[in-house]
Design a protein. Sequence first.
Length: 254
Amino acid sequence: MFSVIIPLKDKEKTILLSLKSIQAQSYKDFEIIVVDDAGTDGGLALVNDWRKVTTNVPVQVVRSCGQGVSAARNTGANIARGEYLCFCDADDVWSALHLKTLAQHIAKFKRPGFLVARHVKAHVASDADVYEVQKKLEGKKFSSQHRAKTVGLRDYAINHRLIHTSATCVRIDVFNEVGGFVDGARKSQDISLWLKLLSTTNFCVTDKITSIKNTAFDGFAIRRSAVPYFFQEYLPGSSCNKPLLPTPFWLGMF
């Protein structure tokens, strides 16, 4: 069973798109846990209304303390009933084959502790947008570069874009063993968890693109990439004198 955890804060424009894409999964053994992180818009009301008319999927709605997305995800994990935790942000969507693909890879790779689905970026602002991108993914022929494989920490060091939070799946005992997300962290909290996980286990990358990172409501933001600096702590034998990844050109702006 999967427990799908969605942290919710001020996402009334997209939360129903996310929920509907999860509800439409072809693999049915899952629950949805929406964690309200003290949002101030109408997102929570939309979720509660949707929950009342949704009978084919178990849905829990719980309150967090407004301490950030890390604490919200941990709150969801604490009440999860599934063997695997899947994370989905309240503005991202999945193809209908997302959970089925993860289940197939869990069986193929003998219950790995950490899985990541392939993902793409797309503009998703309506149900029609979701339908269009899902149909494109269903009909897409995948090249050999998308083959399923097990990779590790050094692979992530080379390409940290391999992991997108809304495409991740973690076995709950492994999640608890590393301590989950860092409560109170406001930036790079997901990167910190991935590196804790990868310091103890490899991760399986699926052979299908089933997660869609929504760019419809992205604001313009430039931030320092934390990945190279986290690697100094987690990658054995690395030099602390310089980042392991190329420095983005825009770091000089800070």
